[in-house]
Design a protein around this ligand. Structure first.
Ligand code: SF4
Length: 254
């Protein structure tokens, strides 16, 4: 019986994903709100893609719980951009923080854990806080694109996130970087000034460096390591999670 429910729910997500593939991001966002709000979250790190979704959410006044995983290790430019966006849109972007401050982490695990064990550092400062923040939600929106990394190439517009036990909605999957930047320019959205200084992808300051001409845009993240993801979008399921059995409404235009 449980298996039957699971396969029905999976089929529903697949059907929704196929229907939304190639649609405008705002159509996917509207579908997500109609289907999952108020238990719908959006996590942004203020990258260009996240700023497109933030602008669309604000422009269409969509009911979404917006937060950022504040590791305590953002560049000062990122903190300034965060405040700027809040004043532009007139709402707060909730800070989700790790249990340990940077100093407490150093006391417990030694200085510069990011240099010795970045996976553990990402787990403490991003993964665990995200797990906590998503608890109680039915779905979350992410700003990933398929051509960013190999892990992201097979993502679907709507898919089951086994790690967190909720639905993941990816409205920008088929967009290119050029489309993202065109949108930001056309809508005069403020962006991180570090992008103009050779930082196409910006994370925590200890793990982000500028890239040289011709390098992969993410080459500056964890430079010199095999690590390419903080793990938020490619983590294993901790245990078997039940699939949802709520209905997948079809809003106007989707
Ligand atoms: S990106 Fe670097 S500093 Fe930030 S949480 Fe991951 S390992 Fe730690």
């Amino acid at each position: 019986m449980v298996r039957e429910d699971e396969s029905q729910a999976n089929a529903g997500l697949e059907e929704a994903s196929q229907r939304l593939e190639g649609r405008l991001p705002e159509q996917t966002l509207r579908w997500a709100v109609a289907t999952y709000a108020p238990r719908l979250a959006f996590a942004t790190a203020f990258g260009p893609e996240g700023l497109v979704l933030l602008d669309l959410i604000a422009r269409h006044r969509l009911k979404v719980d917006i937060f950022t995983l504040d590791t305590g290790l953002f560049f000062s430019e990122t903190y300034t951009l965060w405040r700027h966006l809040e004043s532009r849109y007139g709402f707060k972007i909730r800070a989700v923080r790790p249990v340990l401050t940077v100093e407490e982490q150093a006391d417990l695990h030694g200085d510069a854990l990011w240099a010795r064990d970045p996976d553990r550092c990402c787990e403490i400062r991003k993964g665990d806080p995200l797990d906590h923040a998503l608890r109680g939600h039915a779905a979350w929106i992410t700003a990933i694109r398929r051509d960013q990394t190999r892990d992201r190439a097979s993502a679907q517009v709507v898919e089951w996130d086994r790690h967190h036990g909720l639905v993941k909605v990816n409205p920008l999957l088929s967009w290119s970087s050029n489309e993202v930047w065109s949108y930001l320019r056309d809508h005069d959205v403020p962006t991180n000034p570090l992008h103009a200084k050779g930082y196409p992808s910006i994370g925590c300051w200890p793990c982000t460096s500028a890239v040289r001409a011709g390098e992969d845009p993410r080459a500056g993240r964890w430079r010199g390591r095999v690590k390419t993801e903080c793990g938020l979008h490619a983590r294993p399921a901790p245990k078997q999670q039940p699939l949802p059995t709520f209905s997948l409404a079809r809003p106007k235009g989707a």
